[in-house]
Ligand binder design. Sequence first.
Ligand code: G3P
Length: 215
Amino acid sequence: MKLFLDTANVEEIRAAAEWGILDGVTTNPSLVAKEGRDFMEVLREITAIVDGPISAEVVSTKASDMVTEGRKLAKVHKNIYVKVPMTTEGLKATKILSGEGTRVNMTLVFSSLQALLAAKVGAAYVSPFIGRLDDIGQTGMEIIEEISTIYQNYSFKTEILVASIRHPIHVKEAALLGADIATMPFSVLEKLPRHSLTDIGLDRFLKDWAKLPKK
Ligand code: G3P
């Protein structure tokens, strides 16, 4: 499973990249706004840090404008995936962009039927928002299982990118379901290598080692 960071913060991306486990980055307009920096500048910096898929989202709502915006974003770097929202205009734009060879990440997906449509228009990635479904009392992870079954039934090549991850259990469940990618905030990614027994064990090893008589 590929692990992506869901952030527009270059310091977080740099730190995770050094751990050797970062496969890509997803951004969205809210994450970019949080940084308060020029989007294109941030995007270029990210491409210089991570050699993997980097999602950049369009903010237009009309298909023709999404296509223009998507083409511009795709030109920034060969690793850019254009994020397009799941609307009928978004479907039209995705069909055009993917037809031209631009890889599209269809976002704001909350049902397996929406995911079916994303695959039909040739999206490279589909981004179901798990945490936001949990927030409204619906088990988000259920749609990952459904999407996976639907994609297998028809041999769709669209990859399932589990988004809106809130904690490590989401990452584990996504992996158990065979999702292609999980994108998460830095606060979740940094929890993955941690275990209290690892800390206790290491502390004990080092203390025992220190007891050895020194020559
Ligand atoms: O980037 C899309 C998605 O991961 C957003 O997550 O936490 O805002 O629901 P969240």
